[in-house]
Design a protein around this ligand. Structure first.
Ligand code: FUC
Length: 756
């Protein structure tokens, strides 16, 4: 087995027994989980805009009239009274936002394939973006290939066999006990159309349409079934849409598929590959691997790692899988990747399978820039834009502030009012501010001033809210109130435990980063002198990070005890990652305190959810501790990864995949502190390797190889002209003026060639 292939392929020797073993395909919008059964295939389907219910104004009109009293209670330490008032006056009406729904299943039942099979394999080829199932029954080899095409906006399933006339099956849609919401109709002799309603006031109408093109044999529709008999091969085309984007989803799906049916499968595949590979093949990673391990099925490799064995090739595969998942769940025009990307089989999914914006949605996008998938970041920017209008209403209605705000969740309708009455999380108005740092990061990586010009207005509006929201405390500092440090509780000296607070450390770190970004943005764009001045003045009045009695970064303004010292959220290290205010060089004391904080969290049981573990990898990488970063990559695989390599919160939650991928990249390249560093946190175990196509802030893309932890050659591609400085083990520091469009190759600090 080709070693390289094993870093780009998940494969299994048996069908998936349950959803968490099935393999995901997607084009950002249209997704399927492929089970790979022999006598019956289940493709569990999703369309990203199928959500329960419509948009609503949920802002609580009693929030603003009670805000002054609430602040007073918090500042006087009357926590129970404050919590009582907050839980009455602040929650959204109703309490919860909308939730994401499955589209249904496409079931394929094969005729004459009940006998035991041989040579079974089920694989997800990350280099091709296709899932393939193969097996032999008797002397016939059957092949099933599934892809979700972005250019053709369709799910395509190709069924074939190596003997003529051997493909016979019946197909139908299924939505389990939610079938009362939909109906399936015949579409000629070779197609089915399922239409229905999401449920809930103002919800969406949806459609899934299926059409078969068979070579040889016959196709007919009987009842709700499509029946294929004795075909040589069949291509199934599936389109889906909702009224979120299309006025008439059924007419849209039918005409869309009619336009595709006369295209040979080979052409569809070619277009899919050209599109998919243009993103996927930009970046690759090789770590020391073993050919023997590389040949094992993925679940067996994972089991070995769970037993404590090493498998660096599996780590490279996990990294590549994270990039695959982002391409498959977030493409221009789609919604952003939600808590489950786009893959959800539940009508009442965990945390509604929506967008949790006090860490999870942001984590989904940590690999986007660094791992060279900047386009996949765009759906998040679209959602942020859509949040501005509802966010303005929330800012005014709840807090009497200008600008726009959001709390710890949002949904398909860009809802910004609080979610739940869950005191450790719900009443935290920092969601929009944190999200806006993503547009700033996009600028820092690509340095596209046209983009910044637009993005600046969004960042400014989030900053405007905070300027108004901040209040002066007795020391004359500007603080947030009410707020929480997601989602931890503190203990007062009286022994009383609380959550609502004045001034969580994370708030000041986010505000510092956002105000800093706006100031820098205004300078780059040469505008907004007065506003910039206001931000500069406010910045000086924000509380500074403090080191507490354990040598830790204080999570709150006071050095409170934490109720749960091993809490999964490590919000007060925001400035270490994804922020960059704490660095080992510029703020060594804070970096040392961050180290102590992490050790404390970990020794008290921290990192127990997948995403928390993934965040910890990024923290250790930023602290340049390759060994501890590596230990936590291993822990992510050992404790929080399922057979199909999906992250396990538990249950499945995709953020850990993306955070883990970002963390592995952050071990290889960092560019947050002015200078670019190659191999800043490399563990001894990765003594040699190669990485291609990681991006650094400033408009640079790096490729390099290393052996015995020293880099031999570095290639830098530049998209923007400007100074470039990097440090790499085995190199003297390199500093040069890069020209846009050029590619530079370095050996030591000598440029050995540069070409257009
Ligand atoms: C946050 C986390 C939970 C979970 C949820 C979706 O509230 O604290 O662990 O990830 O989001």
């Amino acid at each position: 087995m080709d070693n390289r292939l094993q870093e780009h392929r998940l494969w299994y020797s048996k069908p998936a027994k349950e959803w968490n073993e099935a393999l995901p395909v997607g084009n950002g919008r249209l997704g399927a989980m492929v089970f790979g059964g022999v006598s019956a295939e289940r493709l569990q389907l999703n369309e990203d805009s199928l959500w329960y219910g419509g948009p609503r104004d949920r802002n609580n009109p009693d929030a603003l009239p009670n805000l002054t009293e609430l602040r007073k209670l918090i500042l006087e330490g009357r926590l129970k009274e404050a919590e009582e008032l907050a839980s009455l006056a602040l929650p959204g009406l109703p309490e919860t936002q909308r939730h994401y729904l499955p589209l249904g299943d496409l079931l394929l039942m094969f005729k004459g394939q009940d006998e035991p099979c041989t040579e079974y394999s089920r694989e997800l080829d990350l280099e091709r973006g296709t899932a393939t199932v193969r097996y032999r029954i008797g002397d016939i080899l059957y092949t099933r290939e599934v892809l979700s095409s972005y250019p053709d906006q369709a799910l395509v399933i190709r069924l074939s066999a190596d003997k003529i006339g051997a493909v016979s099956f019946k197909a139908r849609f299924n939505r389990g006990r939610w079938r009362y919401l939909e109906k399936t109709e015949k579409w000629g002799e070779d197609g089915l159309v399922m239409t229905g309603h999401s449920g809930g006031e103002g919800g969406s109408t949806f459609c899934a349409a299926l059409k078969a093109v068979n070579e040889g044999g016959t196709a007919q529709t009987i009842g709700e079934h499509l029946v294929i008999e004795n075909a040589d091969s069949v291509t199934l085309f599936l389109a889906a849409a909702t009224t979120f984007r299309q006025t008439d989803p059924s007419a849209h799906c039918r005409s869309h598929l009619n336009g595709l049916l006369n295209q040979p499968y080979s052409e569809l595949l070619e277009r899919h590959l050209a599109d998919y590979q243009s993103l996927y093949s930009r970046t690759s990673l090789s770590l020391p691997g073993s050919a023997e391990l590389a040949g094992l099925p993925t679940d067996e490799r994972l089991d070995r790692v769970k037993r404590g064995e090493t498998d660096h090739g599996l780590i490279a595969l996990y990294f590549h899988f994270g990039r695959y998942l982002l391409i498959a769940s977030s493409r221009p025009g789609s919604l952003p990747a939600n808590l489950q990307g786009i893959w959800n089989d539940s009508f009442t999914p965990p945390w509604d399978s929506k967008f949790t914006i006090n860490i999870n949605t942001q984590m989904n996008y940590w690999p986007a820039e660094l791992c060279n998938l900047a386009e996949c970041h765009e759906p998040l920017f679209d959602l942020i834009e859509r949040m501005r209008e509802p966010g303005r209403v929330t800012a005014q209605a709840m807090y009497g502030c200008r600008g726009f705000t959001a709390h710890h969740n949002t949904d398909i309708w860009a809802d910004t009012a609080p979610q739940d009455t869950y005191l450790p999380a719900s009443f935290w108005p920092m969601g929009a501010a944190w999200l806006c740092l993503h547009v700033w990061e996009h600028y820092r990586f690509g340095r596209d001033l046209t983009f910044l010009d637009r993005a600046y207005e969004t960042m400014k509006e989030a900053a405007l809210f905070l300027l108004d929201y901040l209040i002066e405390d007795e020391q004359g500092e500007l603080i947030t109130c009410p707020s929480v440090s997601p989602e931890n509780r503190y203990i007062l000296s009286s022994g009383e435990a609380g959550v609502l607070c004045a001034g969580a450390s994370m708030d000041f770190q986010i505000i510092g980063a956002l105000f800093g970004a706006c100031i820098e943005g205004a300078k780059l764009l040469g505008k907004d002198e007065t506003f910039k001045g206001e931000l500069e003045t406010a910045l000086k009045r924000l509380p500074q990070p403090k080191i507490g009695k354990y040598g830790q970064i204080q999570e709150w303004m006071e050095d409170y005890e934490e109720e749960e010292p091993g809490h999964r959220h490590i919000s007060h290290l925001f400035a270490l990652y994804p922020g960059d205010a704490f660095t080992t060089e510029r703020t060594p004391n804070l970096a040392a305190a961050a180290r102590t904080t992490l050790k404390r969290r970990l020794s008290s049981g921290g990192g127990h959810t997948g995403w928390s573990r993934a965040w910890i990898i990024n923290f250790w990488a930023r602290l340049q501790d390759g060994m501890l970063a590596y230990d936590n990559v291993m822990a992510l695989l050992q404790h929080s990864t399922m057979a199909n390599l999906f992250d396990n919160h538990p249950p499945f939650q995709i953020d850990g995949n993306f955070g883990g991928t970002a963390g592995i990249a952050e071990m290889l390249l960092q560019s947050h502190a002015g200078i670019i560093r190659l191999l800043p946190a490399i563990p001894d175990a990765w003594s040699k390797g190669e990485v291609n196509g990681l991006r650094a802030r400033g408009g640079f893309t790096f490729s390099f190889k290393w052996a015995e932890s020293k880099i031999s050659e570095v290639v830098v591609e530049c998209t923007v002209s400007g100074p470039c400085e990097f440090e790499a083990p085995g190199f003297a520091p390199v500093s040069f003026i890069a020209e846009a469009g050029k590619r530079y190759t370095f050996e030591g600090n000598v440029v050995i060639n540069h070409k257009q």
